[in-house]
Design a protein around this ligand. Structure first.
Ligand code: ATP
Ligand code: MG
Length: 543
C-alpha cells in the first residue's frame, strides 16, 4: 500500500535532484518496474527521451485508488526500515520528481483488479479516468523540461542522451539477465533480449568474442552470495568501466575495498593497472550496507566489510583456480569450445625437449606446451620466497645496518611497521631520516647487498602488499638468488613438476605467461590434416 512517509523519515532521506535528464527518468521508471516484480519490460525513447519516454511492465500494478498518491511527494509502498532496504526505490519521490519535470501519463492495473485507470498529471493538474487495461503499468513521460528552458538547455544533444539511456538499460540488463527486455530508440530496436542467463546478456551487449572469455561464477557462503561473470586474465582493460557490480540487486559504483578484493584474487594474473571484465551480483544481509541517499543511490558503503571481502576474494580465487588459464600458442584465442572442466588445474607436464636453451617443450594429454624456462623458474622461486618469509624465523643482523629513508618512505614506514615486521623486516628510527635494520627475512641471509634494496622496495608504491609483491618478484628474477636454485643437477622435468605445484603456475611474478598451449587438433588443422583421424591413417603412432 502506498502511504505518506512520516516527516522524520523524510528528513533522513536527504535526496537531491532526482531528475536531471532522460537517463534519470528511465532509471526511476526501470527501478519501479523491477521493484514491482516485472519480468517483461518494454522501453521506448523518442528524441533522446526529451520528446517522449515510455516504459511498460508486467509487474504488480498500482490500484486505482492509489494512482494519485503514487505521484505525490514522499509517498511510497516500499520503505518501512531505512536500515533494511530490499527494494531499489525507497524515497517515494521518483514519480513525483518526474512529474515536476515533464508531463506524465500513468496507466496501471494490478492483475486482480477489474479494469485499469490512467492518471494524467503535470505539476498540480491531475486527471483520472478509468478504462480497460492490460495487467501491469505503463508510464509515458513527455515534453521533458519543456517548461524549464534552462534545464533543457543543460542537456546534451538527443543522440548523446539516447546513448546514456542505452548504456543505463544495458547495465541493468547485465545484472538482471532473466528479465525479457526491448528497447526501441526513435523506432529503431536497440536491445531485444528474450531473457536468459548472464552469458546471453553479455553476448548480446558485449559480443561473443568477449562473452566467450568470461568465466561463470556462482558461490555461496552463509548469508553471502556472489554470482555473475568474470573474464579470463588474458581479457583485461586499463579501465574498470566493464567490471560491473550490483549489491543486493542494485547496480552501484565499486566500493574501493570490494574492487581490491576482486583484484587480489587475480594476483599477478593481471598486469599492473589492468582490470578484468565482468558483471558481479553480490548479495549480503541488508545490515551490511549503507545506501547513500544521493539522487541516483549508486554509492553504497559496506559496514563491517571484512567477512564480505574475504568471501569475495575466495570466491574469485576458486573460480580462477578451477579453470586452465594457459594462453593459446598461435594467437591469444581461448581454447576451442567451452572450457573442459576435467582440466581444472595445471596439468602434469612430460618433458619432451628444449629449444634454444630458453623454452621447454612438454606434453600433457593431447596438448603441446611451450614453457618459458626463465618465467617458470621465476614463478617457482617467487612462490618459494613468499612461503619462506612467512614460515622461517627472521634473521637477527649481527651488526645492525643503517638505511636512509626519504620522507615518503618514512611516512609509509609509519603505516607499515607491523606488516614489515611480519615479513621479517624490523627497523628502528635512528636519527632524522635514518633507520637501523635489526632483522631481515631469512632468505636474504646469503645476500647482504640486497638488504637496502628490499627495505626501500617494500616502502615504495601505494600499498604494502603490492610493494612487497614487487620486492619478491624482483628477487625471484635476480641471478644472485637464482644461483642457489639453478637447474644444474635437476632435470627440466623437475622444473616442470615444481611449476605444477605452484599456486599460480600460469604466469611469472610480473604477469607474463609461463606456458603457451596448442592442442593436437589445432596442430592437425594448421597442417591441413583432416582432423586427428588423418593422423591415424598415415600410420603415425599416437602416444
Ligand atoms: N511500475 C510500477 N509498478 C507498480 N507500482 C509502482 C510502479 N511505479 C511506481 N509504483 C508505486 O508508486 C510508488 C511511488 O513510486 P516512486 O518511484 O515515486 O517512489 P519509490 O519507488 O517508492 O521510491 P524512490 O523515490 O526511491 O524511487 C511506489 O512506491 C510504488 O508503490
Ligand atoms: Mg521509484
Amino acid at each position: 500500500m502506498i502511504r505518506k512517509l512520516p516527516p522524520e523519515l523524510v528528513r533522513e532521506i536527504a535526496a537531491g535532484e532526482v531528475v536531471s535528464g532522460p537517463a534519470d527518468v528511465v532509471r526511476e521508471l526501470l527501478e519501479n518496474a523491477l521493484d514491482a516484480g516485472a519480468t517483461r519490460l518494454y522501453i521506448e525513447l523518442w528524441g533522446g527521451g526529451l520528446d517522449k519516454i515510455v516504459l511498460s511492465d508486467n509487474g504488480s500494478g498500482i490500484p486505482k485508488e492509489e494512482l494519485a498518491l503514487a505521484l505525490e511527494h514522499h509517498t511510497t509502498s516500499k520503505l518501512t526500515d531505512l536500515h533494511n532496504i530490499r527494494t531499489l526505490g525507497f524515497r517515494g519521490e521518483g514519480l513525483w520528481a518526474i512529474r515536476q519535470a515533464a508531463q506524465v501519463r500513468l496507466t496501471s492495473r494490478p492483475p486482480q483488479q477489474l479494469g485499469g485507470a490512467t492518471l494524467t498529471a503535470f505539476q498540480d493538474q491531475v486527471e483520472l479516468h478509468e478504462h480497460p487495461a492490460p495487467a501491469g503499468t505503463r508510464v509515458e513521460v513527455s515534453a521533458l523540461f519543456n517548461h524549464l528552458p534552462a534545464r533543457r538547455n543543460a542537456l546534451e544533444a538527443p543522440a548523446a542522451e539516447a546513448r546514456k539511456v542505452v548504456h543505463l538499460v544495458s547495465r541493468y540488463l547485465l545484472h538482471r539477465p532473466e528479465i525479457a527486455l526491448r528497447l526501441v530508440v526513435d523506432g529503431e530496436e536497440k536491445i531485444a533480449h528474450a531473457g536468459g542467463g548472464f552469458g546471453e546478456a553479455a553476448k548480446l551487449l558485449w559480443g561473443s568474442v568477449v562473452a566467450n572469455r568470461l568465466l561463470s561464477l556462482k558461490e555461496t557462503d552463509g548469508p553471502f552470495r556472489l554470482s555473475g561473470l568474470l573474464s579470463r586474465p588474458e581479457l583485461s582493460r586499463p579501465r574498470r568501466d566493464r567490471l560491473l557490480l550490483a549489491l543486493n540487486n542494485r547496480p552501484v559504483e565499486w566500493p574501493e575495498p570490494l574492487l581490491q578484493a576482486v583484484l587480489a584474487a587475480y594476483k599477478e594474473l593481471l598486469p599492473h593497472g589492468q582490470f578484468p571484465l565482468g558483471v558481479l551480483n553480490l548479495d549480503v544481509p541488508a545490515e551490511h550496507l549503507l545506501i547513500n541517499t544521493s539522487p541516483d543511490k549508486s554509492r553504497v558503503k559496506l559496514i563491517r566489510p571484512e567477512p564480505i571481502l574475504g568471501f569475495v576474494t575466495q570466491a574469485v580465487q576458486a573460480l580462477l583456480s578451477a579453470h586452465p588459464l594457459a594462453r593459446a600458442l598461435p594467437e591469444p584465442t581461448p581454447l576451442t569450445g567451452p572450457t573442459p572442466v576435467q582440466r581444472a588445474s595445471f596439468p602434469r607436464l612430460r618433458y619432451l625437449g628444449s629449444f634454444r636453451g630458453l623454452y621447454l617443450l612438454a606434453e600433457a594429454g593431447d596438448e603441446l606446451y611451450v614453457v618459458d624456462q626463465h618465467a617458470a623458474h621465476e614463478r617457482i622461486l617467487y612462490e618459494e620466497l613468499s612461503r619462506r618469509y612467512l614460515e622461517e624465523a627472521p634473521l637477527e643482523l649481527p651488526h645492525p645496518e643503517l638505511v636512509s629513508l626519504s620522507l615518503g618512505e618514512e611516512l609509509n614506514f609509519a603505516e607499515r611497521a607491523q606488516a614489515l615486521e611480519q615479513g621479517g623486516l624490523c627497523l628502528e628510527p635512528f636519527g632524522p631520516g635514518k633507520y637501523r635494520i635489526r632483522t631481515i627475512p631469512a632468505f636474504l641471509a646469503g645476500h647482504p647487498s640486497l638488504i637496502p634494496e628490499v627495505v626501500k622496495g617494500s616502502l615504495g608504491t601505494p600499498s604494502f602488499s603490492e610493494a612487497w609483491r614487487n620486492v619478491l618478484a624482483r628477487l625471484a628474477c635476480l641471478p644472485a638468488i637464482k644461483a642457489g636454485h639453478s637447474l644444474t643437477g635437476a632435470s627440466a622435468q623437475a622444473l616442470l613438476d615444481a611449476l605444477a605445484e605452484c599456486a599460480l603456475p600460469w604466469v611469472c611474478p610480473h604477469g607474463r605467461p609461463t606456458v603457451l598451449v596448442m592442442s593436437e587438433l589445432e596442430l592437425a588443422r594448421r597442417f591441413g590434416r583432416r582432423g586427428l583421424r588423418a593422423v591415424e591413417r598415415f600410420g603415425v603412432e599416437k602416444t
